[in-house]
Design a protein around this ligand. Structure first.
Ligand SMILES: Nc1ncnc2c1ncn2[C@@H]1O[C@H](COP(=O)(O)OP(=O)(O)OP(=O)(O)O)[C@@H](O)[C@H]1O
Length: 256
């Protein structure tokens, strides 16, 4: 996907506020890309523009040769939000199959696909569980399974592991990498977490603020699948340090 000259102005209490300006980015097909930057730099807004949820004020987006609206209508997008937003009265399986139900897919077929996906996200045996019975990590896996059920070419993830402790977050990063490798989808993640960005990504876009813009792009060239051992490699630590330095610069610009 390619975005060119993306800008976004909001009307805040009658005055214009420029949230994003001059954003150019290209995410390779099949890559795992991450947007990282300080709070309020426009990461979520940019993700929503790429996903056709919000319209840009300037610029264009092209997704596999289509406009974002065409791609969204062709069900090429999957979305995982910060909050898993599961329907509390539906079982894990029924939550995952919902997009297929809406699309009118017969019951047996959608059940089978939902079951396969729950297995893929490591929740075999929890098909009948209601969301209230699931841990935070499990609920997020259900949300990822639901986002994958229409077999999207592009998966958008907006801080999906916020609020999980460090160990759970690492487990979810492992799972997400495995799922991404198995499905071959292109993924775009928003995060604040430097290790998460390095662990998961092929491409990292660092955003600065005032207005939101891309200040650096980092290629993470580490073999897959990445593991706990990968995180101990000097190359891994060097990428973390480089990213931390870039973010420190950005924070210094905001609050010297
Ligand atoms: N609908 C809106 N109307 C007015 N201003 C908005 C709107 N949506 C976002 N903004 C503003 O645009 C800026 C970017 O917001 P956005 O949520 O995209 O940032 P972010 O980098 O994702 O932040 P965080 O990391 O805290 O989630 C913020 O200053 C925010 O207040």
């Amino acid at each position: 996907m390619r975005a060119e000259g993306i800008g976004k102005r909001f009307d805040v209490g009658g005055s214009p506020f420029t949230a994003l300006e001059g954003i150019d980015l290209t995410v390779r097909e099949g890559a795992f890309a991450t947007l990282i930057g300080p709070s309020g730099c426009g990461k979520s807004t940019l993700l929503r523009i790429l996903a056709d949820v919000v319209q840009p004020t300037t610029g264009t987006v092209e997704v596999f040769g289509r406009t974002p609206t065409q791609a969204r209508k062709a069900a090429e997008f999957g979305f995982v939000f910060q909050d898993p937003v599961l329907l509390p009265w539906r079982s894990a399986l029924a939550n995952v199959e919902l997009p297929l139900q809406v699309a009118g897919v017969p019951k047996d077929e959608r059940r089978e696909q939902a079951r396969d996906l729950l297995r893929l996200v490591g929740l075999e045996g929890f098909e009948k569980a209601l969301p209230a019975k699931l841990s935070g990590g499990m609920a997020r896996r259900v949300a990822i399974a639901r986002a994958l059920i229409l077999r999207p070419r592009l998966l958008f993830l907006d801080e999906p592991f916020n609020g999980l402790d460090e160990i759970r977050r690492r487990q979810m990063n492992d799972e997400l990498q495995r799922i991404w490798l198995e499905t071959g989808t292109t993924a775009i993640l928003v995060t604040h977490n430097v290790s998460e960005a390095v662990f998961l990504s092929d491409q990292v876009f660092v955003l600065g603020r005032g207005p939101g813009r891309i200040i650096a792009e980092l290629e993470i060239d580490l073999p897959r699948p990445r593991t706990a051992e990968t995180m101990l490699l000097p190359e891994f630590t060097a990428y973390e340090q480089r990213l931390t330095d870039l973010l420190t610069e950005v924070y210094r610009e905001i609050e010297p």
